[in-house]
Design a protein around this ligand. Structure first.
Ligand code: NDP
Length: 499
């Protein structure tokens, strides 16, 4: 089977026998940053230094953007037909498949997540590449007849240079969510991974080169958000920024875009997603799915279900089974096949989550289980469940981004919907019930861009993903994302000057 993962291989990588080029990837080459600065990349498992990567700043971003623009004009964009772009994306998918073990190991090492979960991320990236490879020659415009003698047609043209600003929770997958539709539609791209988890984007750059994309079409500049990220959003030659991260930085990205060249912006800003569980749901099965939503990736997921609304008839039983399941999750070495949960990505994130735990306690919430970091050198946090919470508590309102869920009792469907929508966010939602009419009715009433019925989160390349309200706007994936990377031009044709 192509792309088989082996734990032995992962361990080899861990020992340092496999390598990742850690320069900036600009114009088809790995290069040193102008100011030759670097930063340590650390393992969340024990805080040890894995490697150093280059730190690019505004000067490097300028070089990368200009290289991308030159490539867009000379050898990409409208110069390379869609079917050729598609072929390159298919080739890249094949290379990801061939290097799936390496990529998963890099991601597990860098983010701290279990190798088996990192392998799923890689598969999702491969699926997304193939999906958009198929679209590359199918993103047609329309022909619109206006009068007998005149008609217009639309062209879906690329924007030019687009940028992707990537967070640290799913670095490879989110890089592909942005790069695949951008490249399929003929844009050149500059990626800025999080300084905390830059390695998989650099490996991806090696594979882009091997796939044969023209130089400059795909670039990676590692660096700090406040410098490299800010420089991207300010750059006058960048036509669009697709950003995934915190609401506070998302706001800044939009503000900067508005103040500079009015570049287009897509924002995916996380959430505080509700899970609504009705009396008729099977408690054991539901708890499995809830764990897969609340605690997956150690709770560092933008669509994690973190406000768990449970109908009164099953509330006590649910709480007990949920607590047992949380306590039984196996934490540990990312490369052990039995590990179900890794550490948080960094000391900063661990401290942030512990701050929320403290705030929950001070505001009077009850800790059902967890509530502290786990023993050991890594940034492990015990899965935590709060009960007896009030709607205005910080732990109920703010995105914690750790393995923390709050459980809330409700009586009626109306009450549950009202509580579910009592948030500034609107990224995802989950409904558990055997009653199909209720499931659809409730999902229609929820103010969120995604609703999962009787399942944990399951993202598919074919299905759009994005938020309502302050979870951002614009879609990733599916046909919808093509629109985010193209601009429609209307061409009016008069069949005869005499008419
Ligand atoms: P940030 O929003 O700071 O980071 C996301 C990305 O934006 C990173 O690549 C970051 O770079 C970059 N960035 C930071 N500042 C700027 C800027 N001024 N201009 C452009 N880009 C910038 O998230 P954090 O890493 O600080 O995490 C904080 C919180 O954000 C988490 O606790 C969580 O609540 C939320 N979050 C949500 C995510 C989601 O999927 N929606 C993902 C990650 C975080 P760098 O990391 O190098 O500074």
């Amino acid at each position: 089977m192509p792309g088989m993962f082996t734990h032995e291989f992962a361990t080899e990588l861990y020992k340092g026998t496999a390598t990742v080029n850690t320069g900036l990837f600009i114009n088809g080459q790995f290069v040193d940053p102008v100011d030759r600065e670097s930063i340590d990349v650390c393992s969340p498992q024990d805080g040890s230094v894995i490697t150093k990567v280059s730190i690019g700043n505004a000067k490097d971003i300028d070089i990368a953007v200009k290289a991308a623009l030159a490539a867009f004009k000379s050898s990409w964009g409208l110069k390379t037909p869609g079917y050729e772009r598609g072929k390159l994306l298919y080739k890249l998918a094949e290379l990801l498949e061939k290097n799936a073990g390496t990529l998963a190991a890099i991601e597990a090492l860098d983010v701290g997540k279990p190798f088996v979960h990192a392998s799923q991320d890689v598969q999702e990236a491969i699926d997304t590449l193939r999906y958009y490879a198929g679209w590359a020659d199918k993103n047609h415009g329309q022909t619109i007849e206006t009068t007998e003698a005149k008609f217009a047609y639309t062209r879906h043209e690329p924007i030019g240079v687009v940028a992707g600003i990537i967070p640290w929770n799913f670095p490879l997958t989110i890089s592909i969510w942005k790069a695949a539709p951008a490249l399929a539609t003929g844009n050149a791209i500059v990626l800025k991974p999080s300084e905390v988890t830059p390695l998989s984007a650099l490996k991806l750059a090696e594979l882009v080169k091997e796939a044969g994309f023209p130089d400059g079409v795909f670039n990676v500049v590692t660096g700090y958000g406040a410098t490299a990220g800010q420089a991207i959003t300010e750059h006058p030659l960048v036509g669009k920024v697709s950003f995934t991260g915190s609401t506070i930085v998302g706001r800044k990205v939009m503000e900067t875009a508005a103040k500079t060249n009015l570049k287009r912006v897509t924002l995916e800003l996380g959430g505080k997603s509700p899970i609504l569980i009705f009396d008729d749901a099977d408690v054991e099965q539901t708890v499995k799915r809830v764990c897969g939503s609340t605690f997956y990736n150690s709770g560092q997921g933008c669509a994690a279900g973190t406000r768990i609304l449970v109908q009164e008839g099953i509330y006590d039983k649910f709480l007990q089974v949920f607590a047992d399941a949380a306590e039984s999750l196996k934490q540990g070495d990312s490369f052990k096949a039995t590990t179900q949960q890794g550490p948080l990505v960094s000391k900063t994130q661990l401290d942030r989550v512990l701050g929320y735990i403290e705030s929950g306690k001070q505001e009077g919430a009850r800790i059902v289980t967890g509530g502290s970091r786990a023993e050991g050198a890594g940034y492990f946090m015990r899965p935590t469940i709060f009960a007896d919470v009030k709607p205005d508590m910080k732990i109920v309102r703010e995105e914690i981004f750790g393995p923390v869920g709050v459980v809330i009792k409700f009586k009626t469907e109306e009450e549950a919907i009202e509580a579910a929508n009592d948030t500034d966010y609107g990224l995802s939602s989950y409904v558990f019930t055997e009653n199909l009419s209720r499931a659809i009715r409730v999902s229609n009433a929820i103010e969120a861009g995604n609703c999962f019925i009787n399942q944990a989160i399951l993202l598919c390349a074919q299905v759009p993903f994005g938020g309502y309200k302050q979870s951002g706007y614009g879609k990733e994936m599916g046909e919808y994302a093509l629109e985010a990377y193209t601009q429609a031009k209307a061409v009016h044709v008069n069949l005869s000057l005499k008419l």
